[in-house]
Write a protein that binds this ligand. Sequence first.
Ligand SMILES: Nc1ncnc2c1ncn2[C@@H]1O[C@H](COP(=O)(O)OP(=O)(O)O)[C@@H](O)[C@H]1O
Ligand SMILES: [Mg+2]
Length: 96
Amino acid sequence: MLQTIVTRRPEETHALGESWAGEAAPGWIIGLVGHLGAGKTQLVKGIAKGLGITSRVQSPTFTLVHEYSGGRFPLYHLDLYRLEDEAAIRSAGLDQ
Ligand SMILES: Nc1ncnc2c1ncn2[C@@H]1O[C@H](COP(=O)(O)OP(=O)(O)O)[C@@H](O)[C@H]1O
Ligand SMILES: [Mg+2]
């Protein structure tokens, strides 16, 4: 079932991520689609907090992958917007 959730403040988006982390299991993939400043990183910060990760979550704009450990399980934050097609994703080693 498709559900729409509207958040009106950064704290609400953060709290939403935190609640998702409570249900998350290793292997989950969450796709975030939205323009710059849409709140994607804010959501990831909430997910990290909910997993018990204490290190600072940064936007992966200049790095393809950020790995955060120290939580219930590792969190991988990938930025795919510069990878144009499947071949580019494979050659970046992100297909596993
Ligand atoms: N409802 C909201 N949810 C998330 N961020 C919000 C919201 N309202 C305003 N903001 C602000 O918008 C910005 C979102 O930035 P960020 O999470 O880095 O976006 P993105 O990663 O999508 O580029 C932050 O400065 C945040 O404070
Ligand atoms: Mg971001």
